[in-house]
Design a protein around this ligand. Structure first.
Ligand code: UD1
Ligand code: CA
Length: 454
């Protein structure tokens, strides 16, 4: 028996009050829909369909992929109508699993259980018990058996008191689902074709309907507004941090860290408060991330310490580097081992070899720095002439005094020393002191200017 998975993603999401289609609202830095797709893909359905409609171009642009079958729902007339758009493509003897694009935290294990526990001619609906069921469809049972799911707006007072709710996740035999969808009516409070009405139809046809419960409230959260989006974000972050702690990562406060992507950690990593990780980040053994750091798409080697308030993107470090406080590593910043990049230093598209230090108030761009180099405070590689970028090369064991401008293209020979305040425009020879600045003079008899009109 094959599996078709259908994800509903056509709704506008009025309650978001946003120009962005609901399923593209970001959760942990990527669209809600991409979370549902990731979960769905883990089930390896032979047929994976997405029903799209509102903001369709943007949804396809953000989540398009070769393994998806797109079904257009031009006008949003309800979840049942949405499934109907994808229905013709469902092979009759497939099981059809329906997921909602706005229920992003479902666990793969829960869906597997749903698929496994559902017989070929059975329907299952995933339910959960909620202290506050407001807004969700209520599961109606008679003698313990599921007989219907009723939307809140259509529910009687007694039905509204039911706390077992419909998560929206449902699985049904393909051929039967198609015939039930064709029989749906929209004579309800919202004038919509509800997918959830299929449950009562199945019962009427003598098909067993299983109400399969999960006890994890957070995994079935439906995201309709910004408050629920923020709640889901916190729930997901807690889940991600719990996983990392289980693997041995230390956090000063598990509630004050954000992971928007994949964070890979070695042993004995410690992360202080307000660290944000985006994209693909890996932290080697013994790495320490101090407070208030944003780290995106970067690899930091073992023993590296990132002091507070750094912005690190597309960068890498070898072992035992020290970064910050207040450093900015931009894409292509490549630090070897035991490198120090300190206070108010910006590094872009540059390599810094073992043991070199750039400690204060400096810009290093399009530069190659050798081993054992010391770059003095306030040094600038002038890499841009207004039209093109040029490279700077600094040999091993060079000492650069404070306040030096290195006008690229330029190269500094091994072991050279450059005097403070120099503006270097020509190649610098190895092993000698080079200075490029005017001589200090004192003007005899010079008078301080005075304010006009006095
Ligand atoms: C739905 C369920 C409700 C359940 C809740 C769980 C129905 C009728 N109600 O309510 O029982 O408790 O989810 O979160 O199914 N969509 C379309 N096309 C449409 C309408 C909706 O693709 O015409 C998509 C939306 O983009 C969304 C999903 O279906 O991803 C759910 O729609 P939504 O309007 O949020 O349904 P709820 O009112 O939350
Ligand atoms: Ca919803």
């Amino acid at each position: 028996m094959g599996l078709t998975t259908i994800i509903l993603a056509a709704g506008q999401g009025k309650r978001m009050h946003s120009d962005l289609p609901k399923v593209l609202q970001p959760l942990a830095g990527r669209p809600l829909l991409s979370h549902v797709l990731e979960t769905a893909r883990a089930l390896h359905a032979e047929d994976l369909a997405v029903v799209y409609g509102h903001g369709g171009d943007r949804v396809q642009a953000a989540c398009g992929a070769d393994d998806l079958r797109w079904a257009l729902q031009a006008e949003q007339m309800g979840t049942g109508h949405a499934v109907q758009q994808a229905a013709p493509g469902i092979p009759d003897d497939n099981q059809a699993l329906v997921l909602y694009g706005d229920v992003p935290l479902l666990r793969v294990a829960t869906l597997r259980r749903l698929v496994e526990e559902t017989g070929a001619d059975e329907v299952s609906v995933l339910t959960v018990q909620l202290a506050d069921p407001t807004g969700y469809g209520r599961i109606i049972r008679v003698d313990g058996r599921v007989v219907a799911s009723v939307e809140e707006k259509d529910a009687t007072e007694a039905q509204r008191a039911v706390t077992e709710i419909n998560t929206g996740v449902m699985i049904a035999p393909g051929a039967r689902l198609k015939s039930w969808l064709n029989a749906l009516r929209n004579d309800n409070a919202q004038g919509e074709y509800y997918l959830t009405d299929v449950i009562a139809m199945a019962v009427r046809d003598g098909v067993a309907v299983n109400g399969i419960k999960t006890d994890d409230e957070t995994e079935v959260m439906g995201i309709n507004d910004k408050q629920q989006l923020a709640q889901a974000e916190r729930a997901l972050q807690a889940r991600l941090v719990q996983q990392l702690m289980a693997e041995g990562v230390g956090f000063a406060d598990p509630a004050r860290v954000d992971i928007r992507g994949k964070l890979h950690c070695g042993k004995d990593v410690f992360i202080d408060i307000n660290a944000i990780f985006e994209g693909e980040v890996s932290l080697g053994d013994g790495t320490r991330i101090e407070s208030n750091n944003l780290i995106r798409d970067s690899r930091l080697g073992p023993g590296t310490v990132v002091h507070p308030n750094c912005h690190i993107e597309g960068a890498s470090s070898g072992s035992n580097c020290e970064i910050g406080p207040f450093a900015r590593l931009r894409p292509g910043a490549t630090l070897a081992n035991n490198v120090k990049v300190g206070n108010f230093v910006e590094v872009k598209k540059s390599t810094i070899a073992n043991g070199s230090k750039v400690n204060h108030l400096t810009y290093i761009g399009d530069t190659e720095i050798g081993t054992g180099v010391n770059v003095g405070a306030g040094t600038i590689t002038c890499n841009y002439d207004g039209a093109n970028k040029h490279r700077t090369t600094i040999g091993d064991d060079v000492f650069i005094g404070s306040g030096v401008n290195l006008v690229a293209p330029v190269s500094i020979g091994k072991g050279a020393t450059i005097g403070a305040g120099s503006t270097i425009t020509k190649p610098v020879p190895e092993g000698q002191l080079t200075l490029a600045r005017s001589k200090q003079v004192t003007i005899p008899g010079w008078k301080k200017p005075v304010k006009k009109g006095k």
